[in-house]
Design a protein around this ligand. Structure first.
Ligand code: T3D
Length: 266
């Protein structure tokens, strides 16, 4: 809850889709301790709920998220320097690890600017769609910090070293259309089509085989830094597991019967 009893995170259910909506629009959804904690709890709840098959990360107001709340007394340098390493380890590490290991697909719906740790959280989702008016900002250099919350890991993987360096060192706002052209995000969507596109994509993801998708994420992440031999081994192990799972039988049966599959494994 915020000081005026408004929840800092809203949970909205539409069938098997859970939307977690950052809700501090007056602060451009900047992340303070309360919001980080609420988001972690929201993700943990979704991971534990067998009825949830897709999580959408969204936000209220004109921004997606302005990153760390710079007015938060835990980080604000006024009144004495703070241990930012401790803040990052306590707040962002668990959040990033939870987000990246969700048992269901994650979709970031970026409706406005995503800066600093806010950009990292969006870019760590499986699929990122952004409103045309949105932008991505590596805000760290402007305040003499390094990119954190997994940014140094995810950025070069998405766009390569040259673009990651340019984005981080220069700190220019990258408009959504260019983010799509760079391969930083899945899709830039016209403003008026955004809500419909997000809802449709979330429902599609929710109908997909969640366990196979979660394994796919794991393997793609691991494959980026493993040998071909290791990747082949990991693929064989995952395929063995999935071959014994009910969703595989359901998928093959649905294919043979020319009907839509009803996947249930997580
Ligand atoms: O600290 C640690 O533990 C390390 C962890 C770091 C993780 C990080 O995320 S570091 C990066 C922190 N974020 C930033 O540095 C971004 C700062 N904000 C901006 O660059 C701009 O505000 C935006 C590009 C996000 C939006 O620009 P614009 O022009 O649309 O809005 P604005 O006028 O700058 O901001 C509107 C209000 O939001 C304003 O408040 P006011 O004057 O109306 O009362 C502004 O101060 C406030 N605001 C914006 N960002 C933050 C913020 N308040 C607190 N924290 C913010 N990050």
């Amino acid at each position: 809850m915020s000081a005026n009893d408004v929840p800092v995170l809203l949970s909205e259910r539409d069938g098997a889709v859970l939307t977690l909506r950052l809700n501090r629009p007056e602060a451009l959804n900047a992340l303070d301790a309360g919001l980080c904690e609420a988001l972690l709890r929201g993700l943990e709840g979704a991971a534990a709920d067998p009825q949830v098959r897709c999580v959408v990360l969204a936000a209220s107001g004109r921004a997606f998220c302005a990153g760390q709340d710079l007015r938060d007394p835990a980080v604000a340098p006024q009144g004495g320097a703070k241990d930012l390493g401790a803040v990052v380890a306590a707040r962002y590490r668990p959040l990033v690890l939870r987000l990246r290991s969700m048992p269901v697909p994650t979709l970031a719906a970026v409706g406005g600017v995503a800066a600093g740790a806010g950009a990292a959280l969006a870019l760590l989702c499986d699929i990122v769609v952004a409103r045309r008016r949105a932008a991505f900002l590596q805000a760290f250099a402007a305040i003499a910090l390094i990119p954190d919350s997994g940014s140094t890991w995810v950025l070069p993987r998405l766009v390569g070293r040259a673009r990651a360096m340019g984005l981080c060192l220069l700190g220019d706002k990258l408009p959504a259309a260019q983010a799509e052209a760079y391969g930083l995000i899945w899709k830039c969507v016209d403003d008026e089509a955004f809500d419909h596109e997000v809802a449709a994509l979330a429902q599609r993801l929710a109908a997909q085989p969640a366990r196979a998708l979660a394994r796919t994420r794991e393997l793609l992440d691991a494959g980026a830094s493993s040998s071909l031999e290791q990747a082949l081994q990991a693929e064989a192990e995952a395929q063995r597991e999935l071959g014994f799972a009910a969703d595989f039988a359901e998928g093959v049966e649905a294919f043979a019967s020319r009907r839509a599959p009803r996947f249930q494994d997580r």
